[in-house]
Ligand binder design. Structure first.
Ligand SMILES: Nc1nc2c(ncn2[C@@H]2O[C@H](COP(=O)(O)OP(=O)(O)O)[C@@H](O)[C@H]2O)c(=O)[nH]1
Ligand SMILES: [Mg+2]
Ligand SMILES: [Zn+2]
Length: 308
């Protein structure tokens, strides 16, 4: 008899599947899956709906069609990808203005990759209790900037519990991937939302000024009010989606919206006459930080194309 369930945790040795009747079963994977054109180092990911065999040594026999996946390249040179999570409704990008500082380039690259994966992102500014007046002003500016582009922006102080109720409401009923640099408060937020998670939190290492990775395994945590959070250890965000240089501007919503008025089709918005993006930049209708992030991503793509 076969049973169905969802993969909620990966350990080194097995996949923990929560079956539809609520049991947690440690499973192995048998044989090879051919997964619709994806060459992957790990065939099954957290969030996958699977079929398992019953018995003393259960194994996964089938992975259901995925709504989406979030993957990263196994290594720079490899064509294989590593699937981080499947069937995700949303990503929550946790950022901090300071201690540690999250760079705008990091945020913009994340947003662009998420657009490519068609995963909506909510930007969450955490540690609102720990800001100078200047830092608060900066946060307010970024909040307007990203809301204006069309992203949801929330604010929390995970340690003080401020903004957690609004966040809870926002996450209700959805499967959300937790993302963000280490030290921004992901584990603290997770513990606030899912007390049973018992995620380990870490201070910023005094010596290096960087956070330490303490979560060990990918896991899906049910939210008390419905929905779930997926925590992937040691992964800041998405790997850069494999996109052509011409495609990069499609994933910057503000730049894409402006580009319809460019004189030339295939305008790269870097030097072309009649470029509506460059005009908007000059006229302060496009944030310089967004344009800088776009250019840096475009350069990467051109370089990797050149290397091939
Ligand atoms: N002041 C302040 N510190 C926080 C907040 N949230 C988390 N921290 C602290 O930041 C550090 C890193 O938090 P952690 O949850 O481990 O971050 P993660 O690496 O993203 O999982 C810990 O010392 C937390 O106590 C917050 O809202 N305000
Ligand atoms: Mg953590
Ligand atoms: Zn242009």
């Amino acid at each position: 008899m076969n049973t169905h369930g969802i993969v909620i945790r990966l350990t080194g040795a097995s996949y923990i599947v929560r079956t539809d009747d609520g049991q947690e079963v440690a499973c192995k994977v048998k044989g090879h899956f051919r997964l619709r054109g994806i060459r992957s180092t790990a065939p099954v990911a957290v969030g996958d709906r699977v079929t398992i065999t019953a018995g003393d040594a259960p194994y996964i026999t089938e992975v259901a069609d995925r709504r989406n996946i979030i993957a990263r390249r196994a290594s720079n040179l490899s064509k294989q990808s590593h699937i981080l999570a499947a069937n995700v409704d949303m990503a929550l990008l946790v950022v901090t203005i300071a201690r540690p500082e999250t760079s705008l380039t990091f945020i913009d690259r994340f947003l662009a990759s998420a657009e490519a994966y068609r995963v909506p992102v909510t930007l969450l500014f955490n540690k609102t209790d720990d800001l100078t007046a200047d830092e608060r002003a900066l946060m307010d500016y970024y909040t307007l900037l990203y809301r204006d582009i069309g992203y949801d922006v929330l604010h929390t102080s995970a340690t003080r519990g401020e903004g957690i109720e609004a966040l809870r409401t926002h996450l209700q009923g959805k499967t959300t991937l937790l993302a963000g640099n280490s030290g921004v408060g992901k584990s603290t937020l997770l513990n606030g939302l899912v007390p049973a998670a018992h995620a380990r939190t870490a201070g910023i290492s005094e010596a290096h000024g960087t956070g330490m990775h303490t979560t060990t395994f990918s896991a899906l945590y049910d939210l008390p009010g419905g929905g779930a959070l997926i925590d992937i250890p040691g992964v800041k965000g998405f790997g850069t989606y494999d996109m052509e240089p011409e495609e990069v501007s499609h994933y910057f919503r503000d730049i894409f919206a402006l580009s319809s008025a460019c004189r030339f089709r295939g305008c790269t918005h870097t030097h072309e006459p009649g470029c509506a993006v460059l005009t908007a930049l000059e006229e302060h209708r496009l944030a310089p930080s967004r344009y800088t992030s776009y250019c840096s991503m475009l350069e990467d793509k051109n370089e990797s194309k050149y290397r091939k």
